[in-house]
Design a protein around this ligand. Structure first.
Ligand code: FAD
Length: 508
């Protein structure tokens, strides 16, 4: 086996995936003693998908590891901060009011003899008539969200928050920002259309473009849903998740703000008739869209439903219709080609995980891409890990649907049954009727980012609450919940309003 050092990498595709990967690999490999040629080829005519505007909290660590100035990143991408997602209408209305629950990013460490969730459940049993929703009782982010406060104080350093936070950012501006950083870091940028992919003995030898041909040790496929490179190496390499997650189309709409309307520091995901609508606030405009089941609604119906939901007060800047492929590769790494981002797989963006999976895929390259001709064992290890991450995420997204009590049409009736496609989830949901969800219940999986805490916010937000009988003294239960209230109060006292924070970074 040829175990010689890696000399060259060619990335095809210049969307978020291509440029995040290029920047990451150039920072990883290229320092004075170790230079690898990294080239990125992108087609100007084809362009990028240009959606994908909310992130999970772990993206901060990617940007920080790349040495990026957080304030510059936020300014250049018209970004705002995100403390979580407000889910609306995922269950039947309660007392005539739309059902809502909040899913923050934070992990609240237990402060007493029992964990916070058990304390909350036992307290509800004692005070039947006055039960505060789980996030409201336990999450600091909830109190920030309610008051449109940011997770930042006057004194925190970059990438630090009182609670974990993600971003809302303009996807097109982010790709441009990362392009600048990556080319400054030495990545060669080629604008060309790939017209052919030459393969020999299970490896790509060169990509042919209208500007010439390019050889390389390793090729990274970042060409979006089509997976141009990986497709040329292996057919029958796609596993679809569309039976359990049927939303395979989206209509995205950008809107102007109304005068005096302020950007919210959280994403909203409102369930509609055949899917759900996102609302993501940037500093200069709002991104909205409807992710829907394309087998049940036409484009026109989806666009009309989204417009009816949004109302006509705010001017629409742009409308785009998108087809989505829900699922992932069986093998992300075939021969000398690795498929990343949409080329590798995609699960509907309900928890804003697209960029996060690119981050994880790139980080796994750091440990796996160790020579010019990696062994089959390396490829298998990478493929197993990536498959685990997608399987884990698929389970978490299905959880949001299968807990619904909505039965107003076939889409929601089927959604309520969707856990049947994931027996491991069904087993856990049975278990979670009798005990709180905790780390050990999920410990065998490849947690993409969502832990027992995240599961709890969805489970208890959607009323899947266990019946438990723990003989814990009332005083201990009150102490735990009072302690959380004090922490919520302190968080509110310390934090800057979202508006104050955005004004502050504009000036710097
Ligand atoms: P693309 O942006 O499609 O880029 C493909 C690149 O390949 C382009 O540069 C193109 O020019 C190039 N290319 C293609 N063919 C050729 C060729 N023949 N020759 C040369 N170059 C070529 N993610 C999140 O993290 N948060 C979200 O909130 C979120 N929301 C989403 C909402 C929707 C509706 C969708 C569909 C996705 C969302 N995502 C989200 C996912 C996110 O958009 C993607 O993960 C991200 O944009 C990365 O896309 P990409 O770079 O893989 O593909």
């Amino acid at each position: 086996m040829n175990n010689s050092p890696l000399k060259s990498i060619t990335i095809v595709g210049g969307g978020s995936t291509g440029w995040m990967t290029a920047l990451y690999l150039s920072k990883l490999y290229n320092h004075s003693s170790n230079i690898i040629d990294i080239r990125l080829i992108e087609s100007k005519e084809i362009g990028i998908i240009g959606v994908g505007e909310a992130t999970v909290h772990s993206l901060r660590f990617f940007f920080a590891a790349m040495g990026l100035d957080e304030n510059e990143l936020l300014r250049e991408t018209n970004a705002t901060l995100k403390t979580g997602i407000l889910f609306r209408n995922w269950m039947k209305p309660v007392d005539g009011k739309m059902h809502e629950y909040f899913h923050p990013f934070e992990q609240q460490k237990p402060s007493g003899k029992i964990d916070n969730a058990s304390a909350w459940i036992l307290n509800n049993q004692i005070n039947e008539s006055n039960s505060t929703p789980f996030a409201e009782a336990t999450s600091l982010s909830f109190s920030l969200m309610q008051n449109n406060l940011s997770p930042k104080t006057q004194y925190l350093n970059q990438y630090q928050g009182i609670v974990p936070y993600g971003y809302h950012l303009d996807a097109t501006l982010m790709a441009a920002f990362l392009k600048r950083k990556a080319t400054q870091a030495g990545v060669e940028h080629v604008e060309a259309n790939v017209t052919d992919v030459l393969v020999n003995d299970g490896n790509i030898t060169e990509v042919v473009t209208d500007q010439g041909s390019f050889k390389s040790d390793i090729f990274i496929d970042c060409t979006g849903f089509k997976g141009l490179l990986i497709q040329s190496l292996k057919n029958d390499n796609w596993q679809s998740f569309e039976t359990e997650l049927p939303c395979n189309k989206a209509v995205a709409m950008q809107r102007e703000y109304l005068p005096h309307q302020l950007p919210r520091a959280y994403t909203t995901a409102t369930a509609l008739s055949h899917g759900w609508a996102w609302e993501i606030d940037l500093t200069n405009r709002q991104g909205t869209g409807y992710v829907y089941d394309g087998n049940s609604l036409t484009r026109e119906q989806a666009e009309a439903e989204l417009k009816a939901y949004l109302g006509d007060e705010q001017e629409i800047i742009r409308t785009v219709h998108l087809d989505m492929k829900i699922g992932c590769r069986r093998e992300f790494w075939v021969g000398n080609c690795i498929a990343m981002g949409l080329a590798g797989g995609f699960i509907e963006p309900l928890e804003s995980t697209g960029l996060h999976l690119i981050n994880l895929g790139a980080r796994l390259l750091a440990t796996h891409l160790t020579s010019s001709n990696p062994s089959q064992a390396i490829r298998t290890s990478y493929n197993t890990a990536m498959n685990g991450l997608y399987t884990d995420l698929r389970q978490f997204i299905v959880l949001h649907y299968c807990l619904t009590d909505r039965d107003d049409n076939e889409f929601w009736q089927k959604a309520a049954q969707s856990s049947a496609f994931i027996p491991a989830l069904e087993q856990k949901m049975t278990l979670w009727k009798d005990k709180v969800c905790e780390y050990v219940d999920l410990a065998n999986g490849y947690s993409s980012v969502f832990t027992d805490e995240n599961y709890r916010y969805v489970l208890y937000g959607m009323q899947h609450i266990p019946e438990i009988h723990i003989p814990c003294p009332k005083t201990e239960i009150s102490r735990i919940l009072d302690n959380l209230k004090t922490q919520q109060f302190r968080a509110k006292e310390q934090s800057l309003s979202h508006q104050e924070f955005l004004a502050k970074i504009k000036k710097n």
